[in-house]
Design a protein around this ligand. Structure first.
Ligand SMILES: Cc1ncc(COP(=O)(O)O)c(C=O)c1O
Length: 396
């Protein structure tokens, strides 16, 4: 027996990662991984960008860079966030190695073993794993169609010892697919004011709204930050350019930023300069907006296909909310039905997805499952949904 640390003992393997192995089998239709399809990546635009870079910049791309990020990219991301109304001038921006690193950094900066973090349930597994790795006590609060349930949140906020962080993914939630209503965001902010608790607002999917009319729902809470409510805002290039870039960002108050910079220094010294150079050009050459328009259209089409198949095939006992954006649909099975049994049957017949307990911070509740429509080829969606619906029917 090796002398493993206590913190690593708390980690469990992610069913998503295990399932990713199956998802790469060529014959299986996968709704498992929350990622874009490879054929959506802007490879030609990036070819063009790289080819035309001056040699000096290409060389810089191979070099270490400042811990807080490649300075031109910091400025480009600030300009981009400014267009969303984010208070970039009152805060500092750090480029991170994916937004998951930003979540890890903020956790490390605030959490000692045993400190409480309130999360949503369900919750992004990368977040809960990060919190567990710092030995936080996770206190999950359920969500509904409009966001976190305020009465439950209030109860947990009032419990002693007070939590140090509230972690929320308000825009096209992973796995639930929902977006917070304006009222719910306001209530969260009203409730959290003056408590000296960090609101960690995680926003990797906000750009992927399906209708212009829903765009204003994606306005981050950070836009309305006040002195008595510190918000650490995280974002990412993963869902809007490519997860292999491993680039995200953190927008935080200068005092918090300074600590975060120290922590990042010991984690990886700097995020990949090579991809920062490319992302910088992508933004500066105004390639992001047209690419986003393409992504919104593509994901909306996939979601519509999926929604139509689901309406045709899924038993009426299964409930889900039609998403307004993002990558996911989240299904509620009747009490007592185990999604793992459905998954086994589906895999046998050729379709894979992720079961609900993966997203339960306590790893228990399993009468839920998630389908990602982001990387399933359009012509495979119908067949895959039918396989899953047939498997569901066997257990209902
Ligand atoms: C809610 C949420 N936050 C953060 C991330 C992390 O993304 P990345 O580290 O690739 O930026 C993901 C990725 O799936 C996610 O779903």
């Amino acid at each position: 027996m090796y002398p493993f640390s206590q913190s690593v003992g708390q980690l469990r393997t992610s069913e998503i990662r295990d399932l990713m192995k199956l998802a790469t089998r060529p014959d299986i239709i996968s709704f498992a991984g929350g990622m874009p399809n490879n054929d959506l990546f802007p490879t030609e635009a990036i070819d063009e960008i790289y080819k035309n870079l001056p040699k000096k910049i290409k060389q810089a791309g191979f070099q270490y860079g400042p811990t807080s990020g490649y300075p031109p990219l910091i400025e480009a991301v600030k300009d981009y966030l400014r267009t969303k109304g984010l208070p970039v001038d009152e805060n500092e921006l750090m480029i991170t190695t994916g937004s998951l690193q930003a979540i890890n950094i903020v956790t490390k900066v605030f959490i000692d073993p045993g400190d409480r973090i309130i999360t949503e349930t369900p919750c992004f597994i990368g977040g809960t794993s990060a919190f567990k790795s710092y030995q936080a006590e996770i206190d999950p609060v359920p969500i509904d169609e409009d966001g976190i349930i305020i009465e439950e949140l209030e109860k947990k906020l009032n419990q002693k010892p007070a939590p140090k962080i509230v972690y929320l993914t308000p825009y096209f939630h992973n796995p639930a697919g929902i977006i917070y209503s304006r009222e719910r965001k306001q209530k969260v902010m009203d409730l959290m004011k003056g408590r000296n608790i960090i609101l960690l607002e995680d926003d990797p999917y906000g750009e992927i709204y399906f209708n212009e009319t829903d765009k204003d729902l994606t306005v981050p809470m950070k836009v309305n930050e006040t002195d008595d409510l510190p918000i650490c805002y995280t974002g990412s290039f993963s869902k809007i350019l490519g997860p292999g870039m491993r680039l995200g960002w953190l927008l935080a108050k200068p005092e918090i930023f300074q600590k975060c910079e120290l922590v990042k220094q010991s984690m990886d010294a700097c995020s990949p300069t090579f991809t920062q150079v490319l992302a910088n050009e992508f933004l500066r050459q105004n390639k992001l907006e047209p690419y986003l328009a393409f992504l919104r259209e593509t994901y909306k089409r996939r979601m519509d296909i999926m929604q139509n198949c689901l309406e045709e095939t899924m038993p009426k006992e299964v409930k889900w909310v039609k998403p307004k954006g993002g990558f996911y649909m989240w299904f509620h099975l009747p009490e007592g039905i185990d999604a793992t049994e459905i998954l086994k049957d589906s895999i046998e017949k050729g379709a894979v997805f992720v079961v609900g307990k993966t997203f339960d911070p306590h790893g228990v509740k399993n009468n839920w499952f998630r389908l990602a429509f982001s990387h399933t080829p359009e012509d495979k969606i119908h067949e895959g949904v039918e396989i899953i619906a047939n498997a569901v029917k066997k257990f209902i």
